[in-house]
Design a protein around this ligand. Sequence first.
Ligand code: XMP
Length: 180
Amino acid sequence: MKAHHIEEVLFSADQIEARVRALVHDMAEGCRSENLVLIGVLRGSFIFLADLVRELYRQDVHPRIDFMTLESYGSGTESSGTVRVAKDVGMEVAGTDVLVVDDILDTGRTLSFARQHLLALGARTVRTCALLDKPARRSVPFQADYVGFTIEDRFVVGYGLDYDGRYREVPHIACVTFAG
Ligand code: XMP
């Protein structure tokens, strides 16, 4: 782990809560399918997905929920460039309407791969939702259907996002500064 410190709060817990509520309000009508499945990309999406589904419940949307583990980053902050399925979805997705939920859209490789993978498994439709979007970092053309916050090219942690496995439990989102 490189020497680093956690900087100022980028989004407070209250700001995140308000944004998740507004986001779900916007997406609820498009989520009325009987066959809706939310698939969280582990590990970073676990808190976001937990908040999303409880807000969807308040909007009378009742999806099935599953997870898949995709790997592209090692233990640091740079992507290796390739994405692989470390643990696939456990349920049958053929014929379903999938909403893939991820913590952050960076190069675009993870969500682009997830989308292709789920379509190949026979999903009827695949939409994507990312809490954070760093458009400046995109290396493959990709746009999520739903985005919480668009941010600059900063490495961030908290609310499920980690640096080397740490800080996922932080209730807000903060920037990390690396020494040197
Ligand atoms: P791609 O590049 O495939 O990346 O769009 C998505 C994955 O990259 C990780 N990532 C981050 N993780 N802080 C993190 O904790 C960040 O600022 C950050 N940027 C990218 C993350 O795992 C995400 O799912």
